[in-house]
Design a protein around this ligand. Structure first.
Ligand SMILES: [Zn+2]
Length: 195
């Protein structure tokens, strides 16, 4: 009885993280039954975001321009480079207001079980970025779970081999946690107490 367009919508919604068949169906029915205006707004927003937002050439975060606002901001301290896994983690750190340096966004983390290696997380791009002669300290702010720690370890070794000072956000952030969900005060402390 289902329409191919409805099936297609359910199938498309399943690309969202954590959304299985049942929730996708619930969302699709909800949109068609109660919120067609919302559905159109969602469609336009998706289309716009996907077409207009790319990645910053320097730090790889989301950006509409070649350089993101933060990389283009000359008031940021270019001697500090903070490495995060995702644009969401970067946004979480920025919300604390406790960091005034620049960023490099890996867009992932090492995950040998999923076959994700150094090449996938842009290790060579990071090494090039960190070796610009201006960066003095690289702060590793990957997540505090096994994969994030392993990533920090590998990156740290490579960066130190190039004579860079490497620090890690450490104290206060609960083991196993994703930065995106850690409270602001805790992150601010972790920045100050980095070592
Ligand atoms: Zn940037």
């Amino acid at each position: 009885m289902a329409d191919p367009a409805l099936d297609g919508l359910v199938e498309a919604l399943r690309c969202l993280p954590g959304v299985g068949q049942k929730s996708a169906q619930r969302m699709a029915y909800h949109l068609l039954q109660h919120d067609r205006a919302g559905a159109l707004k969602l469609a336009r927003a998706l289309d716009g975001a996907v077409n207009e937002i790319g990645h910053c050439a320097r730090c790889h975060t989301f950006s509409r321009a070649e350089l993101c606002d933060l990389c283009a901001d000359s008031t940021r301290d270019a001697r500090l480079l903070c490495v995060v896994e995702t644009p969401a983690d970067q946004a979480a750190l920025e919300r604390t207001g406790s960091y005034k340096g620049q960023y490099f966004v890996l867009l992932g983390r090492l995950s040998p079980l999923d076959g994700l290696g150094a090449r996938d997380i842009g290790l060579s791009a990071l090494l090039t970025r960190a070796s610009d002669g201006v960066v003095e300290e690289v702060i590793l702010a990957t997540n505090f779970n096994a994969e994030g720690e392993a990533t920090a370890h590998v990156l740290g070794e490579q960066l130190k081999a190039r004579g860079l000072k490497v620090t890690r956000l450490a104290r206060g952030v609960p083991v196993g946690s994703e930065l995106e969900y850690v409270d602001l005060g805790t992150i601010a402390h972790a920045f100050m107490d980095r070592r």
